[in-house]
Ligand binder design. Structure first.
Ligand code: NCD
Length: 308
Protein backbone atom coordinates (compact mmCIF):
# COMPACT_ATOMS: atom_id res chain seq x y z
CA UNK A 1 0.00 0.00 0.00
CA UNK A 2 1.66 3.22 -1.19
CA UNK A 3 -1.17 5.74 -0.67
CA UNK A 4 -4.73 5.57 0.65
CA UNK A 5 -6.80 7.55 -1.84
CA UNK A 6 -9.95 5.47 -2.35
CA UNK A 7 -11.52 2.41 -0.77
CA UNK A 8 -11.67 1.07 -4.31
CA UNK A 9 -7.87 0.66 -4.32
CA UNK A 10 -7.97 -1.75 -1.37
CA UNK A 11 -8.37 -5.51 -1.61
CA UNK A 12 -10.43 -7.38 1.01
CA UNK A 13 -7.14 -8.76 2.38
CA UNK A 14 -5.74 -5.25 2.78
CA UNK A 15 -8.89 -4.08 4.60
CA UNK A 16 -8.64 -7.07 6.91
CA UNK A 17 -4.95 -6.40 7.55
CA UNK A 18 -5.79 -2.79 8.46
CA UNK A 19 -8.48 -4.01 10.88
CA UNK A 20 -6.14 -6.55 12.44
CA UNK A 21 -3.51 -3.92 13.16
CA UNK A 22 -6.23 -1.51 14.35
CA UNK A 23 -7.36 -4.06 16.93
CA UNK A 24 -3.81 -4.11 18.30
CA UNK A 25 -3.61 -0.32 18.23
CA UNK A 26 -6.90 -0.11 20.10
CA UNK A 27 -5.22 -1.41 23.23
CA UNK A 28 -2.84 1.56 23.29
CA UNK A 29 -5.80 3.81 24.17
CA UNK A 30 -6.15 2.06 27.50
CA UNK A 31 -2.52 2.28 28.50
CA UNK A 32 -1.04 4.86 30.87
CA UNK A 33 1.73 5.65 28.39
CA UNK A 34 0.10 5.94 24.99
CA UNK A 35 3.17 5.69 22.81
CA UNK A 36 4.57 3.13 20.38
CA UNK A 37 7.94 3.65 18.70
CA UNK A 38 6.78 2.40 15.24
CA UNK A 39 7.08 5.70 13.33
CA UNK A 40 9.97 7.29 15.20
CA UNK A 41 11.90 9.54 12.84
CA UNK A 42 8.98 9.84 10.39
CA UNK A 43 7.25 13.15 9.69
CA UNK A 44 3.55 13.43 8.92
CA UNK A 45 1.90 16.65 7.77
CA UNK A 46 -1.85 17.10 8.10
CA UNK A 47 -2.95 19.53 5.38
CA UNK A 48 -6.54 20.54 5.98
CA UNK A 49 -8.07 22.96 3.50
CA UNK A 50 -11.53 22.38 4.96
CA UNK A 51 -12.82 22.54 8.53
CA UNK A 52 -12.47 19.45 10.69
CA UNK A 53 -12.61 18.53 14.36
CA UNK A 54 -12.42 14.76 14.61
CA UNK A 55 -10.58 13.71 11.46
CA UNK A 56 -7.74 16.15 11.97
CA UNK A 57 -7.27 15.55 15.68
CA UNK A 58 -7.62 11.81 15.10
CA UNK A 59 -4.82 11.80 12.52
CA UNK A 60 -2.71 14.05 14.73
CA UNK A 61 -3.08 11.86 17.82
CA UNK A 62 -2.63 8.70 15.71
CA UNK A 63 0.70 9.98 14.37
CA UNK A 64 1.86 11.15 17.79
CA UNK A 65 1.02 7.88 19.53
CA UNK A 66 3.13 6.13 16.90
CA UNK A 67 6.00 8.55 17.72
CA UNK A 68 5.95 10.34 14.34
CA UNK A 69 6.58 14.09 14.23
CA UNK A 70 3.25 15.62 13.23
CA UNK A 71 2.49 19.13 12.08
CA UNK A 72 -0.79 20.68 10.97
CA UNK A 73 -1.33 23.10 8.13
CA UNK A 74 -4.74 24.60 7.42
CA UNK A 75 -5.88 26.87 4.60
CA UNK A 76 -6.49 29.67 7.05
CA UNK A 77 -3.07 30.65 8.34
CA UNK A 78 -1.11 29.12 5.44
CA UNK A 79 0.07 30.72 2.21
CA UNK A 80 -2.93 29.15 0.45
CA UNK A 81 -4.83 32.18 1.72
CA UNK A 82 -2.25 34.40 -0.06
CA UNK A 83 -3.05 32.77 -3.39
CA UNK A 84 -0.47 29.98 -3.49
CA UNK A 85 -1.59 27.01 -5.58
CA UNK A 86 -2.20 23.61 -4.01
CA UNK A 87 0.72 22.22 -6.02
CA UNK A 88 3.14 24.87 -4.77
CA UNK A 89 1.98 24.44 -1.16
CA UNK A 90 2.37 20.68 -1.36
CA UNK A 91 5.78 20.80 -3.09
CA UNK A 92 7.01 23.34 -0.54
CA UNK A 93 6.01 21.16 2.39
CA UNK A 94 7.46 18.03 0.79
CA UNK A 95 10.77 19.78 0.07
CA UNK A 96 11.30 19.64 3.84
CA UNK A 97 11.46 15.84 3.70
CA UNK A 98 7.97 14.75 4.70
CA UNK A 99 7.07 11.04 4.76
CA UNK A 100 3.28 11.22 4.99
CA UNK A 101 0.73 13.79 3.83
CA UNK A 102 -2.83 13.65 5.12
CA UNK A 103 -4.91 15.82 2.81
CA UNK A 104 -8.42 17.23 3.13
CA UNK A 105 -9.50 19.53 0.31
CA UNK A 106 -12.84 20.76 -1.08
CA UNK A 107 -11.99 19.61 -4.64
CA UNK A 108 -12.96 16.04 -5.57
CA UNK A 109 -9.89 14.21 -6.90
CA UNK A 110 -7.42 16.49 -5.14
CA UNK A 111 -5.82 13.74 -3.02
CA UNK A 112 -5.02 11.62 -6.08
CA UNK A 113 -3.67 14.70 -7.84
CA UNK A 114 -1.41 15.44 -4.84
CA UNK A 115 -0.15 11.84 -4.85
CA UNK A 116 1.08 12.36 -8.41
CA UNK A 117 3.21 15.36 -7.38
CA UNK A 118 5.05 13.97 -4.38
CA UNK A 119 7.08 11.02 -3.10
CA UNK A 120 5.38 11.07 0.31
CA UNK A 121 2.57 8.62 1.11
CA UNK A 122 -0.74 10.44 0.69
CA UNK A 123 -3.87 9.74 2.73
CA UNK A 124 -7.14 11.14 1.47
CA UNK A 125 -8.88 12.66 4.51
CA UNK A 126 -11.85 13.80 2.41
CA UNK A 127 -11.76 15.22 -1.12
CA UNK A 128 -14.86 17.28 -1.90
CA UNK A 129 -17.90 15.07 -2.42
CA UNK A 130 -15.78 12.16 -3.66
CA UNK A 131 -14.31 9.94 -0.92
CA UNK A 132 -13.27 9.69 2.71
CA UNK A 133 -11.66 6.25 2.93
CA UNK A 134 -10.52 6.27 6.57
CA UNK A 135 -14.06 7.20 7.65
CA UNK A 136 -15.45 4.19 5.79
CA UNK A 137 -12.76 1.92 7.25
CA UNK A 138 -13.50 3.09 10.78
CA UNK A 139 -17.24 2.73 10.23
CA UNK A 140 -16.84 -0.83 8.96
CA UNK A 141 -14.41 -1.63 11.78
CA UNK A 142 -16.88 -0.28 14.37
CA UNK A 143 -19.73 -2.27 12.86
CA UNK A 144 -17.66 -5.42 12.68
CA UNK A 145 -16.84 -5.13 16.37
CA UNK A 146 -20.53 -4.71 17.16
CA UNK A 147 -22.02 -7.22 14.74
CA UNK A 148 -19.27 -9.75 14.15
CA UNK A 149 -18.87 -10.35 10.42
CA UNK A 150 -20.53 -7.90 8.02
CA UNK A 151 -21.30 -10.69 5.56
CA UNK A 152 -25.02 -10.54 4.72
CA UNK A 153 -25.70 -7.80 7.28
CA UNK A 154 -28.06 -5.06 6.17
CA UNK A 155 -26.76 -1.50 6.58
CA UNK A 156 -28.99 1.52 5.90
CA UNK A 157 -27.18 4.75 4.96
CA UNK A 158 -29.52 7.70 5.32
CA UNK A 159 -29.44 11.38 4.47
CA UNK A 160 -27.70 13.87 2.24
CA UNK A 161 -26.17 11.39 -0.21
CA UNK A 162 -25.56 13.91 -2.97
CA UNK A 163 -22.96 15.84 -0.99
CA UNK A 164 -21.53 12.91 0.96
CA UNK A 165 -18.07 11.47 0.43
CA UNK A 166 -18.74 9.31 3.50
CA UNK A 167 -21.61 7.58 1.67
CA UNK A 168 -19.46 6.91 -1.41
CA UNK A 169 -16.58 5.39 0.53
CA UNK A 170 -18.94 3.45 2.76
CA UNK A 171 -20.82 1.84 -0.11
CA UNK A 172 -17.50 0.68 -1.55
CA UNK A 173 -16.22 -0.62 1.77
CA UNK A 174 -19.38 -2.28 3.06
CA UNK A 175 -20.20 -4.06 -0.20
CA UNK A 176 -16.55 -5.20 -0.42
CA UNK A 177 -16.99 -6.82 3.00
CA UNK A 178 -20.18 -8.58 1.93
CA UNK A 179 -22.78 -6.34 3.59
CA UNK A 180 -26.13 -5.60 2.01
CA UNK A 181 -26.52 -1.82 1.71
CA UNK A 182 -29.64 0.29 1.24
CA UNK A 183 -29.18 4.02 0.79
CA UNK A 184 -32.09 6.26 1.72
CA UNK A 185 -32.60 9.91 0.80
CA UNK A 186 -35.26 12.31 -0.43
CA UNK A 187 -35.33 12.39 -4.24
CA UNK A 188 -33.57 15.79 -4.28
CA UNK A 189 -30.61 14.42 -2.31
CA UNK A 190 -30.31 11.13 -4.22
CA UNK A 191 -27.20 11.62 -6.42
CA UNK A 192 -27.53 11.75 -10.19
CA UNK A 193 -26.49 8.43 -11.71
CA UNK A 194 -27.10 6.44 -8.53
CA UNK A 195 -29.37 3.98 -10.35
CA UNK A 196 -26.57 2.83 -12.65
CA UNK A 197 -24.04 2.71 -9.81
CA UNK A 198 -26.34 0.80 -7.49
CA UNK A 199 -27.11 -1.74 -10.21
CA UNK A 200 -23.40 -2.24 -10.94
CA UNK A 201 -22.25 -2.29 -7.30
CA UNK A 202 -25.22 -4.26 -5.98
CA UNK A 203 -26.73 -1.91 -3.42
CA UNK A 204 -30.34 -0.74 -3.08
CA UNK A 205 -31.91 2.70 -3.00
CA UNK A 206 -35.07 3.85 -1.25
CA UNK A 207 -37.03 7.02 -0.54
CA UNK A 208 -38.91 5.42 2.36
CA UNK A 209 -37.01 5.41 5.63
CA UNK A 210 -39.85 3.91 7.65
CA UNK A 211 -39.93 0.89 5.35
CA UNK A 212 -36.17 0.30 5.60
CA UNK A 213 -35.49 0.74 9.34
CA UNK A 214 -37.29 -2.39 10.64
CA UNK A 215 -35.05 -4.55 8.42
CA UNK A 216 -31.73 -2.85 9.21
CA UNK A 217 -28.88 -4.47 11.16
CA UNK A 218 -27.14 -1.08 11.38
CA UNK A 219 -28.09 2.46 10.49
CA UNK A 220 -25.76 5.24 9.47
CA UNK A 221 -27.15 8.78 9.54
CA UNK A 222 -25.41 11.45 7.44
CA UNK A 223 -25.17 15.16 8.06
CA UNK A 224 -27.19 17.56 5.94
CA UNK A 225 -24.29 19.43 4.32
CA UNK A 226 -25.73 22.90 4.01
CA UNK A 227 -22.31 24.40 3.20
CA UNK A 228 -22.21 22.41 -0.07
CA UNK A 229 -25.77 23.30 -1.11
CA UNK A 230 -26.30 26.11 -3.55
CA UNK A 231 -30.09 25.95 -3.57
CA UNK A 232 -32.96 24.59 -1.52
CA UNK A 233 -32.89 20.80 -1.54
CA UNK A 234 -35.88 20.49 0.80
CA UNK A 235 -38.65 22.90 1.77
CA UNK A 236 -37.73 23.32 5.43
CA UNK A 237 -35.65 21.72 8.16
CA UNK A 238 -38.86 20.51 9.80
CA UNK A 239 -39.95 18.76 6.62
CA UNK A 240 -36.56 17.05 6.29
CA UNK A 241 -36.75 15.76 9.86
CA UNK A 242 -40.28 14.47 9.37
CA UNK A 243 -39.30 12.51 6.26
CA UNK A 244 -35.69 11.51 6.92
CA UNK A 245 -34.62 12.31 10.47
CA UNK A 246 -33.92 9.56 12.99
CA UNK A 247 -36.52 10.91 15.39
CA UNK A 248 -37.64 9.54 18.74
CA UNK A 249 -40.65 7.90 17.05
CA UNK A 250 -38.52 6.26 14.37
CA UNK A 251 -36.14 4.90 16.95
CA UNK A 252 -38.93 2.45 17.83
CA UNK A 253 -38.67 0.95 14.33
CA UNK A 254 -35.12 -0.22 15.09
CA UNK A 255 -34.28 -3.33 17.07
CA UNK A 256 -32.54 -2.28 20.32
CA UNK A 257 -29.29 -4.00 19.29
CA UNK A 258 -28.99 -2.12 16.00
CA UNK A 259 -25.99 0.25 16.11
CA UNK A 260 -26.73 3.88 15.22
CA UNK A 261 -23.76 5.53 13.51
CA UNK A 262 -23.08 9.12 12.48
CA UNK A 263 -19.68 10.31 11.20
CA UNK A 264 -20.14 13.68 12.89
CA UNK A 265 -20.51 16.55 13.13
CA UNK A 266 -24.18 15.92 13.98
CA UNK A 267 -27.00 18.37 13.42
CA UNK A 268 -29.01 17.36 16.45
CA UNK A 269 -32.71 17.84 15.84
CA UNK A 270 -32.27 17.82 12.04
CA UNK A 271 -31.02 14.44 10.80
CA UNK A 272 -30.73 12.84 14.23
CA UNK A 273 -32.68 13.41 17.45
CA UNK A 274 -30.85 13.59 20.77
CA UNK A 275 -32.74 10.42 21.80
CA UNK A 276 -31.07 8.55 18.95
CA UNK A 277 -27.62 10.15 19.21
CA UNK A 278 -27.43 9.41 22.94
CA UNK A 279 -29.27 6.07 22.90
CA UNK A 280 -27.63 3.01 24.46
CA UNK A 281 -27.37 1.56 20.95
CA UNK A 282 -25.60 4.66 19.56
CA UNK A 283 -22.10 3.94 18.24
CA UNK A 284 -21.16 7.58 17.63
CA UNK A 285 -18.39 7.89 20.23
CA UNK A 286 -17.21 4.35 19.55
CA UNK A 287 -16.70 5.46 15.94
CA UNK A 288 -14.40 8.20 17.21
CA UNK A 289 -12.25 5.92 19.36
CA UNK A 290 -12.19 3.22 16.69
CA UNK A 291 -11.24 5.93 14.22
CA UNK A 292 -8.08 6.64 16.11
CA UNK A 293 -7.10 2.95 16.08
CA UNK A 294 -7.88 2.65 12.36
CA UNK A 295 -5.85 5.77 11.53
CA UNK A 296 -2.92 4.51 13.58
CA UNK A 297 -3.16 1.31 11.59
CA UNK A 298 -3.32 3.13 8.25
CA UNK A 299 -0.30 5.31 9.09
CA UNK A 300 1.56 2.22 10.28
CA UNK A 301 0.85 0.28 7.07
CA UNK A 302 1.83 3.23 4.90
CA UNK A 303 4.89 4.45 6.75
CA UNK A 304 6.42 1.61 8.77
CA UNK A 305 7.70 0.01 5.61
CA UNK A 306 5.52 -3.10 5.68
CA UNK A 307 3.33 -4.16 2.81
CA UNK A 308 -0.33 -4.59 3.82
C1 NCD B 1 -17.51 13.96 7.47
C2 NCD B 1 -16.71 14.69 6.42
O1 NCD B 1 -16.05 15.69 6.72
O2 NCD B 1 -16.75 14.23 5.31
N1 NCD B 1 -17.11 14.15 8.77
C3 NCD B 1 -16.03 13.52 9.25
O3 NCD B 1 -15.01 13.38 8.61
N2 NCD B 1 -16.14 12.99 10.47
C4 NCD B 1 -18.96 14.12 7.27
C5 NCD B 1 -19.55 15.48 7.34
O4 NCD B 1 -18.87 16.50 7.29
O5 NCD B 1 -20.77 15.52 7.42
Amino acid sequence: MRHLLSVDDLSVDQVEAIFETAAEMHDVQHRDVKKLPALRGRTVVNMFFEDSTRTRSSFEIAGKWLSADVINISAKGSSASKGESLRDTVLTVCAMGVDGLVVRHPASGSARQVSEWVDAAVVNAGDGTHEHPTQALLDAYTLQRRLGSLEGRHVAIVGDLTHSRVFRSNVLCLTKLGARVTVVAPPTLMPAGVAAWSAAAGFETSYDLDAVLPHADAVMMLRVQRERMSGAFFPSAREYTVGYGLTRDRLRLLRPDVPICHPGPMNRGLEIAADAADAAQSAVLEQVSSGLAVRMSVLYHLLAGEEA
